[in-house]
Every structure is written in C-alpha cells, then in structure tokens.
Design a binder for this molecule. Sequence first.
Ligand code: MBD
Ligand code: FE
Length: 285
Amino acid sequence: MNAHTETAPAAAASGGSATDKFLHKEVRADTSPERLSAIIRDVLAALFEVIRKHEITYAEYDALKAWLIKVGEDGEWPLWLDVFVEHEVEAVVNRNRQGTAGSIEGPYYVPGAPELPAECDLPRRADEEGTLLLFQGQVRAVDGTPLPGATIELWHADNDGYYSQFAEGLGIPEWNLRGTIVTDAEGRFRISTIQPAPYAIPTDGATGQMTIAAGWSPFRPAHLHLKVSHPGYQLITSQLYFEGGEYTDNDIAQATKPELMLNPTPRTDGGAGNEVTYDFVLDPE
Ligand code: MBD
Ligand code: FE
C-alpha cells in the first residue's frame, strides 16, 4: 500500500471511462448481410445450447437481463469484452504470423501518446513508485533486417495497477507511463520506465461483480502493452509479462503466452533497478 491507493477509483471512473474513449474510435466492419446473418444465427445457437445444457431458470434469465443492463450503465462493455472475449479474436486474426506473437489490446490504449527518441524515459511522476526497469531491444523484419524508424507505442499501469486517463480522481498526469518511441538507425530502443503492478478488475462494477460471483480471481498479471509498427510491415499489438510474477498462470483475460515473458535482471552498468532485452519481429504486409 502507498499514497496512490488511498482513493481507489470507482468502476465508473476506470472500466467505465473506457466507454467514453471507445466512442471516439471510428468503427466500420463492412460485414455483408449474409455473413452477419450466419454469425448471429451461430451465436444464438451457442446460447440455446447453454440454456438447454444448464436448464436455465426464469430467475436466472431475469438475473442475466439485470446484469447486462448494469454492464452498460457502468460503461463496462469495453472492459468486459476485452477481458473475456478479445483473446479469441486475437488468436484468429494473428494465426498466420511468423514474427512476434500478438496479445490483446485491452480497453486502456490511447492513440497519440507523445513521441520519444529511441533512448528515452517513459513519462513518469517525480515520485513514481515501483522498481525501475530499463527495457531495451531491436525491431527487425522476419528476414532479420533491422528496422530503423519503427514505432513502439508503449503503455502500462503504475505500481498500483492504474492507467493514466482511466483512473479519475487519482491525479495521474495525462500521458503518464505512455509514449510513442521511434527506433534508432539500427532499429534499437532503450526505454527507462518502472515495472507495473498486476491489474485488478474493479470489483464495484458489473464486470467485477460477475467475476467475484463466479468465484474467479479478478487479476491480470503485471504487463506492458505495445503496438509495434513500420511502413511496409503489419502492425503487431501485444503484451509482455514478467516471468514468475503473480497471476501469470491465472490471467482473467487469458492473454499470456510463453513467448511473451520477460525475465528482468539487476542492471550491470551501475544504473538502478532492472534491465531486460526483448526484440520484436515484424511480418511483411
Ligand atoms: C487491462 O489492463 C487489460 O490489459 C485488459 C486486457 C483488460 C482489462 C485491463
Ligand atoms: Fe492492461
């Protein structure tokens, strides 16, 4: 516990503010009426199967209605969908990748974070808590060619598991622990930040209430979020986790992968904190 935990944000101010952000996103799926019909029919068929299998009662049907209404009222549809559904979409969309594995984007990405040079400090408060982390590596193509001028969008939670712009009332600066890093002439980057804490789904909103009611853990393991891109290559959205960290084998969002584990070790160059190297490999378009 520390100063930042004293005013835990309400669900409406964390999971809920993801709805306000999402409503600014341009959404266009171009799904044909035939495809839409087939998808909806299959979704309903899967639901009917569950109703028959579990012999759903009218009380349970009404509880479902009440809960669905509350997810919307709490503004938690982006949170609920990204926690419980996105991993399956990610698996399908990225199934043929040769390069770095993908993982889910989650509800807390914000485009347009300040641009930073290859060697940089991710914006953080003067009194930012947490173990310092030097995160370095290289961006390459699948054929091994280094990619100078590649873009790494990096965002992550603070030492209490909160994201800037999604924790009203905590006074976290707008772009705290968010940045758009551009790789150097050799495709390398060297970013100084802190290690995030695990994330807990807010337990006062409909998503957390469902999770607790089912007896599930509301946690995600500590993670870094990334979008890595370069003209001529496919953008990859992924996450990196910390080997041996809490909840790495019990992620409520089922978004960990063995190839996305970091193993930071104490810095050997006299600098404080830990260092870790991770290289990204991009698939051609
Ligand atoms: C997160 O921080 C996150 O990454 C996901 C996928 C869902 C909820 C919170
Ligand atoms: Fe996250």
